[in-house]
Ligand binder design. Structure first.
Ligand SMILES: [Zn+2]
Length: 390
């Protein structure tokens, strides 16, 4: 889908779709569907004045292009945020000061959720997956309960993040029987190869988090973008990195095409991005998909930084994560969790304890969740990375 039409969307609540059992998990869920699709399928006849949608009986011409259109509607952040327009790297402002500024923006905006999360909805929106399961001829999922894979990831933006990862996060994950994937900025600070080696030796994985985290790669000219992406090559080879995560989750179609030539997968598109990096961003899906020739593993749970900036405390964050993970499991999606290890994010002892309780909760619900890795998730899909990718 190179050209996705910008479609007016209608917010509806799905009532039982008895003739489409594959979408049974979506009963009562609020989703966003294109207005033109409601007309074309005749579903508008089933839309009640209170916004509840009862899918009428009979065939409906929903195509995979319709599904991709919803998924890609807000999947890219084509406008440069302020941080990418400054003449100097925004990273000269200390991280703590950036966090305070973002918190102020977040708290101010918390009550305007309908503006910055009109679509995808916050904290999670699975419109794409609901529409996919409402297509004609989709087989029933079968009676066998499927356990939702849980992929734990971290963005490692600083030496502090790396040392906290090893000292504080890995022991919690190992105690829960999990292994994580950490996306490391390869060319911004002196990497501690001793610590990175330890991460790998303990069975965890590393991936690549941009070049120097200056938020310019997605918007750079083609040759500069290629140079920045290739700057990570020695890191990729040393640590057998197969995945890419864009700094600040800033991503363009051009970036995704270039990532697809270099990596087995990308994990830069949130299911529902909320306020950051730009309002109303995300793919409204918790399932891996192909876009611009790249296999995308969406970040399905709300990020620690975004929740914190919005003023949520650790207990609230834990509750939101568990609710979202349960919904993702019901939808037959993948739970992909992104946390940062710095003290000002999840490295703080209270936030870290919420993370520990989250892992514990998933471990206890082993009938519904199973800890996994990006590689194992991709092996279980039929999606193919393009030839030439690592
Ligand atoms: Zn980052």
């Amino acid at each position: 889908m190179a050209n996705v039409r910008s479609e007016p969307l209608v917010s509806v609540r799905i009532a039982s779709a008895v003739n489409r059992p594959r979408a049974g998990w979506a009963d009562g869920l609020r989703v966003h569907l294109p207005a033109s699709l409601l007309d074309r399928t005749g579903w508008r006849r089933g839309l009640r004045p209170d916004g509840v949608l009862e899918i009428p009986d009979g065939p409906s011409p929903v195509t995979t292009d319709d599904v991709a259109c919803v998924r890609e509607q807000r999947a890219f952040t084509d406008r440069r945020p302020l941080s990418a327009r400054l003449p100097l790297s925004y990273r000269i402002v200390p991280g703590r000061a950036r966090a305070i500024i973002a918190s102020a923006i977040g708290r101010w905006n918390r009550r305007h959720v309908d503006r910055w999360a009109a679509f995808p909805g916050w904290p999670i929106d699975l419109s794409t997956d609901v529409l996919d399961d409402l297509r004609d001829g989709m087989a029933s999922p079968g009676p066998r309960a499927r356990r939702a894979p849980v992929v734990l990831t971290h963005d490692i933006d600083s030496p502090e993040g790396l040392s906290n990862l090893v000292d504080r996060f890995l022991p919690l994950e190992e105690a829960a029987g999990a292994r994580s994937t950490s996306y490391v900025v390869p060319c911004a600070w002196r990497l501690d190869h001793g610590l990175l080696g330890e991460v790998i030796a303990r069975g965890h994985e590393v991936g690549v988090h941009g070049y120097d985290h200056s938020n310019t790669t997605p918007f750079a000219a083609a040759d500069a973008r290629a140079r920045r992406l290739d700057g990570a090559r020695s890191f990729v080879e040393r640590y057998s990195a197969t995945g890419y995560r864009a700094p600040s989750l800033l991503r363009t179609r051009a970036l995704l095409r270039d990532v697809g030539c270099r990596y087995r997968y990308d994990s830069s598109i949130p299911t529902s991005g909320g306020l950051f990096p730009t309002p109303n961003n995300g793919c409204a899906s918790a399932r891996p998909f192909l876009v611009e020739g790249t296999v995308e593993l969406p970040v399905t749970l709300p990020r620690d930084g975004t929740l914190r900036f919005l003023g949520y405390g650790p207990d609230d964050m834990l509750g939101i994560w568990i609710d979202c993970a349960e919904l993702v499991a019901r939808s037959r999606g993948i739970v992909v969790m992104l946390t940062h290890c710095e003290q000002r994010f999840s490295g703080h002892h209270r936030a870290l304890d919420a993370y520990r309780r989250f892992l514990e909760c998933l471990r206890e619900r082993s009938d519904r969740f199973t800890f996994s890795t990006p590689g194992r998730v991709l092996e279980a899909t039929t999606l193919q990375a393009p030839a030439g990718a690592v």
